[in-house]
Design a protein around this ligand. Structure first.
Ligand code: NAI
Length: 411
């Protein structure tokens, strides 16, 4: 069991940021009063990482540093960490949860970046710029209006009306497009967008089709040859969601026949693991196809926003105990402290733990002013707001309880 008996002064909370995380993260910590920040360019692994981590309570990484069970076990002083990126595959989340280590990430800071690339691609494809660009590079002057169209007045079908799909909808409508969308959940339409009951209703009459669904069993290669055949003649097709939602060979067939006049793809069933690996796709060599290396969300602005978002989540966790956005321990959203001290107790989710917490509180006649609890399969996270005079006693009572993983007090 690892416990902290006092709120740390902010200048004593050591923060390690690796992998050249955006300066906005450093600014965010500094503005909040944290001064002990080590900001490094590269990734670290194994012993080197453990050495650098010693005494650090907060860690920020991107996608290269591997936070294995060995690293988590060797660093019980770590209170929270964040992946300053979208995914969290590089962290052993199960082990982090077991150890009560809060792991954050920033999955939605790049929404706008993806939406803008969709709109840009829709314009380019409708003007046949990929082909004209290709020709111009070969010295061919394709100065013609034939088969070049404006987006204004055309219809866009958006499949998946979540964060990105709905942003695309707003931008496309501002260009004068009609928007139809299909989502398995009921989603409030933005602007004049038209919700559709079925995917085929949505696809019917669409000049541009854009996919914004997650990778699930239901979306696994759900854009089959049959669905692609139902697209309007000469429509354009955009996929910036996940690589395994479209049958690429079928798409190639429809592109070759001209049924689909152009496509933009940013994601692929098989993507190179690093920039050193070669990329290959059946769509290479087709001048009507824009291929991009999964960069829909990769912009300077997205990195800047990720820096602020992930740092802010960790600051909230340090200062209020709020674990909102945690990918490991249970999520609770907590208000600021108001005239009380707050005990944060992470415990194994075993039968009887809560009643032993409550018995300990009543044995010491502690008057709890606010109580918040959330559990997952393995871990329970409870926050107790108690009178200032009772916090030391409460912490001592709780930290010795069986099944306690971590306990700390905020004041
Ligand atoms: P989101 O979770 O906000 O929205 C997804 C929407 O799809 C939800 O409204 C959901 O109800 C809907 N949906 C799920 N299954 C469906 C189905 N079978 N048919 C129709 N709708 C369905 O996700 P967000 O943030 O909008 O991301 C969308 C996709 O974009 C994800 O796959 C994500 O991985 C990808 N993405 C790609 C990036 C890139 O660089 N190209 C960057 C960021 C996200």
């Amino acid at each position: 069991m690892h416990s902290t008996s006092t709120s740390y002064p902010k200048d004593k909370i050591k923060i390690l940021l690796l992998e050249g995380i955006n300066e906005s993260a450093v600014d965010t910590f500094q503005k909040a009063g944290y001064t002990s920040i080590t900001h490094m360019k590269g990734a670290l692994q194994g012993d080197e990482l453990n050495e650098a981590l010693a005494e650090h309570r907060i860690l920020g990484i991107r996608s290269k540093t591997q936070i294995t069970k060995e690293v988590i076990t060797a660093n019980p002083q770590l209170l929270a960490m964040a992946c300053f990126c979208i995914g969290t595959n590089q962290v052993d989340l199960e082990r982090a949860n077991e150890h009560g280590l809060a792991v954050f990430n920033s999955p939605f800071s790049n929404t706008r970046s993806v939406a803008e690339l969709v709109i840009g691609s829709a314009i380019m494809l409708n003007r046949q710029i990929p082909q004209k660009n290709w020709d111009a590079h070969q010295g061919i002057w394709q100065k013609s209006h034939i088969n070049s169209f404006e987006l204004r007045g055309k219809t866009m079908a958006i499949i998946g009306y979540g964060r990105i799909g709905s942003q695309v909808s707003v931008l496309a409508e501002a260009l004068g497009m009609h928007i139809k969308y299909y989502d398995i959940e009921t989603k409030l339409p933005l602007g004049n967008a038209q919700p559709c009951e079925t995917m085929s209703e949505c696809l019917s009459g669409a000049h541009v089709v854009s996919l914004h669904v997650p990778a699930t069993e239901a979306t696994h290669y759900f854009f089959t040859d049959e669905i692609l055949s139902s697209l309007e003649e000469h429509s354009v097709f955009i996929n910036m969601s996940r690589g395994n939602v479209v049958d690429i060979e079928a798409l190639k067939k429809h592109l070759e026949s001209g049924h689909i006049r152009g496509a933009a793809l940013d994601v692929f069933p098989e993507e190179p693991k690093s920039m050193k690996d070669t990329f290959s796709s059946p769509l290479q060599g087709m001048s009507q196809v824009i291929l991009s290396p999964h960069v829909g969300g990769s912009t300077e602005e997205a990195q800047y926003n990720i820096g602020i978002d992930a740092a802010s989540k960790m600051i909230r966790y340090i200062e209020t105990g709020s674990s909102f956005g945690s990918q490991s321990i249970p999520e609770i959203s907590l208000p600021q402290l108001e005239g009380t001290h707050r005990i944060l107790h992470i415990h194994r989710n075993m039968p009887g733990v809560l009643s032993s917490i409550n018995s300990a509180l009543s044995e010491h006649s502690i008057n709890v002013q606010g109580q918040y609890l959330m559990t997952n399969n393995d871990i329970g996270y409870v926050a107790l707001d108690v009178p200032k005079s009772a916090s030391a006693e409460t912490l001592t009572a709780l930290k010795d309880l069986e099944h306690t993983v971590r306990a700390r007090v905020l004041f």
